[in-house]
Design a protein around this ligand. Structure first.
Ligand code: 5GP
Length: 193
């Protein structure tokens, strides 16, 4: 998506440890008019799917998921990060290793909000090694719901997450895929459609 690539070039900052900071417009300060365009693009890419719920993980996926969900006219449900989990049967749980914080979290979702009748679009801001997305996929599988697709704003194509998820047969669409990045250059994979 050209609008997104242009914005990453203009305002993105590459940090040590393969981190791309986009916190001036995407995941700290949020440019809502811009994110609205991302939401529209996700709608275009998944328009033919019978999506009735958007799923994300706290915290930075939530705003993007909410704007996207308005285009599908469906609710958002977000998985919560917890320090420890009481396994009382009312929730689905999985473990996610945070790429940015190098820490393993228990992630939980109430079973009230996802079940076999649901058709889910998973949304997140970044895809790096794939842990966050694999955790969300695990939760959907535990719930018996159907994964209609996964929409990622920025995929770092030089990390392994994208290949893993596509190999699983998940319909994964990333609005921009960074092939290489350094302090003074960023290159993107060509858009698919
Ligand atoms: P993964 O689980 O795929 O390794 O990493 C995805 C999660 O880590 C995303 O939800 C995002 O919050 C965070 N993340 C991974 N790489 C980056 C990055 O380069 N920049 C930022 N801002 N967040 C990232």
């Amino acid at each position: 998506m050209q609008l997104l690539k242009d914005r990453i070039i203009k305002d993105g900052v590459v940090k040590p440890g393969n981190i791309l900071k986009v916190d001036s417009f995407l995941n700290h300060q949020m440019d809502i008019a811009f994110i609205n365009e991302l939401g529209k693009e996700f709608k275009r890419l998944f328009a033919d799917k019978p999506i009735n719920k958007v799923l994300t993980i706290e915290a930075s996926g939530i705003g993007i998921a909410c704007i996207t969900a308005q285009y599908f006219n469906v609710p958002v449900v977000f998985a919560k990060k917890a320090q420890s989990v009481n396994l009382d049967g009312d929730m689905y749980t999985t473990k996610v290793e945070s790429f940015t914080h190098k820490k393993v979290y228990d992630v939980i979702l109430s079973s009230k909000f996802l079940g076999p009748e649901d058709h889910v679009l998973i949304i997140d801001d970044f895809l790096a090694n794939g842990c966050a997305l694999l955790g969300l996929i695990d939760i959907v599988q535990k719930s018996g719901a159907t994964i209609e697709g996964a929409g990622i704003v920025i995929e770092k194509g030089f990390q392994e997450g994208g290949a893993k998820i596509r190999e699983m047969g998940i319909n994964l669409k990333s609005l921009a895929i960074v092939e290489e990045m350094s302090d003074d250059s960023l290159t993107f994979r060509a858009d698919e459609e």
